[in-house]
Design a protein around this ligand. Structure first.
Ligand SMILES: NC(=O)C1=CN([C@@H]2O[C@H](COP(=O)(O)OP(=O)(O)OC[C@H]3O[C@@H](n4cnc5c(N)ncnc54)[C@H](OP(=O)(O)O)[C@@H]3O)[C@@H](O)[C@H]2O)C=CC1
Ligand SMILES: O=C(O)[C@@H]1CCC=N1
Length: 274
């Protein structure tokens, strides 16, 4: 059983919504309730339930204020460029004993602590949070206590595993696990496209490729082997896989991943100082 204190989620889109699903999972209780906000009433209405007070800015300009008042945890999950204005808007309504946790890429703790009087922490989850399989990096600012870190760890523990990292590492973590699901989905898309080009139907391509990814992930999870060893077991000496892997390596796959993650880190730095 996980017990969490009252929480407000400001911006309940892909990421905020995934975290909300963790709060609503069996075995999790939130003392004092869950309040969430969005800009549009359409989105807010879809999230409303006996356990969730869901407010829309377009219906009530004071929605964020109302959500934050009395909350012990204020989770900020709007787009990075909106964070400073949002914090300015709510700073007067945040309880003195509350903490702010932001999942926004790039936006630094110092920047946020300059706008509110309470401790600020950053968290970088990923969308597998929706199915309870997130990896979340958590960084605490200098105002945060061990108890604050424990609350945030418990919060993100409802949607997967948590790693505490210094803030200096969070952009790199974001480039790996925050963005990582998109890299995996891109590979799946590409392999499905290739299967279709080789003459399989869309449906056949999907069955083959998606089950290959799911099966390989499951094998990695249960076998206790390294990915390198599992790859070796597929790659028969002088066989067909060896030929395919040679092509990927000759084309510079390793260098491409280095470049891609460097680009994500550079973008996070740009978001820090828009
Ligand atoms: N998506 C991901 O994989 C990850 C995202 N993040 C971070 O999460 C944050 C949100 O990203 P994501 O969930 O993808 O984006 P979304 O666009 O899906 O969600 C943002 C939400 O914020 C709402 N919103 C807009 N303005 C306001 C406001 N003033 N007050 C309250 N809510 C508002 C939007 O409502 P409406 O749609 O009605 O306008 C929308 O539901 C970003 O900062 C991103 O860096 C971090 C890790 C992973
Ligand atoms: O693309 C983004 O900016 C966010 C942060 C990590 C994943 N999605």
């Amino acid at each position: 059983m996980i017990n969490l204190p009252s929480i407000a989620i400001l911006g309940t889109g892909s990421m905020g919504g995934a975290i909300l699903s963790g709060l609503l999972a069996p075995g999790v209780t939130v003392d004092g309730g869950i309040r969430v906000t969005n800009r549009s009433e359409r989105k807010a209405a879809a999230l409303r339930s006996p356990s969730v007070t869901s407010l829309a800015i377009e219906k009530d300009r004071g929605a964020n204020h109302a959500a934050v008042a009395g909350a012990r945890v204020v989770l900020v999950a709007v787009k990075p460029h909106m964070v400073p204005d949002l914090l300015r808007e709510i700073s007067g309504a945040i309880d003195p004993g509350a903490i702010v946790v932001s999942v926004a890429a790039g936006v630094r703790i110092d920047t946020m602590q300059a706008l509110v009087d309470v401790p600020v922490l950053r968290a970088m989850p990923n969308t597998p949070a929706t199915v309870g399989r997130a990896v979340t990096g958590v960084s605490a600012g200098d105002r945060a206590s061990d108890a604050d870190v424990a609350v945030v760890t418990a919060l993100f523990g409802t949607v997967g595993s948590v790693l505490e990292v210094p803030e200096s590492r969070i952009d790199a973590l974001s480039a790996i696990s925050g963005s990582g699901p998109a890299y995996v989905f891109l590979l799946i898309e590409e392999l499905e496209r290739t299967a279709f080009k080789l003459g399989f139907t869309r449906q056949e391509s999907r069955v083959m490729v998606e089950n290959t990814f799911l099966g390989a992930s499951e094998l990695l999870a249960v076998s206790g082997e390294t990915p390198a060893e599992l790859r070796r077991r597929v790659t028969s000496p002088k066989g067909t896989t060896e030929r395919a892997i040679e092509v990927l390596e000759e084309a510079g796959l390793s260098a491409l991943f280095d470049r891609a993650t460097d680009a994500a880190i550079t973008r996070a730095q740009e978001l820090a100082a828009p």
